[in-house]
Design a protein around this ligand. Sequence first.
Ligand SMILES: [Zn+2]
Length: 143
Amino acid sequence: MVMHQRRVRSWHGVEFDIKIINQNWAKLGILPPHPQLVNLIIRKGLERNKNIQMQILHEFGHVQTFPFVFLYYLPLYLSAKLGNINNWFVATLGLFFFWEMVAEIYVFFKDENYINAYINNLSLYTVFFWVIAVIFIVLPFVW
Ligand SMILES: [Zn+2]
């Protein structure tokens, strides 16, 4: 069963459905369903419809920022910080959190009530997630 579904068209010209299957799973186009762990954490406490609306924007944000998100590796590559497999692992973990942040920045710009949604419903889980995310985003640069 699909909780919500929206047809979108990315800047790459790809048209597909974003399906929010439930609080835990989403599906983009022909890709297999994937867990919604980050959404689950950062949307904790938000009203259900707002939550779903933001999840859809967030998923679309991931698509819209592809492949530019891989520019995250560029300064690391140029500064020769990707010398071994451990550094690649740390950098890829950083990329994961960076992509989550960029997708969420997309939500911020597309949802005019973004701040208001969080003002009265900010969960400690959300705050904790972003603290961890920033640490992992910065880590490869200071590793
Ligand atoms: Zn995400």
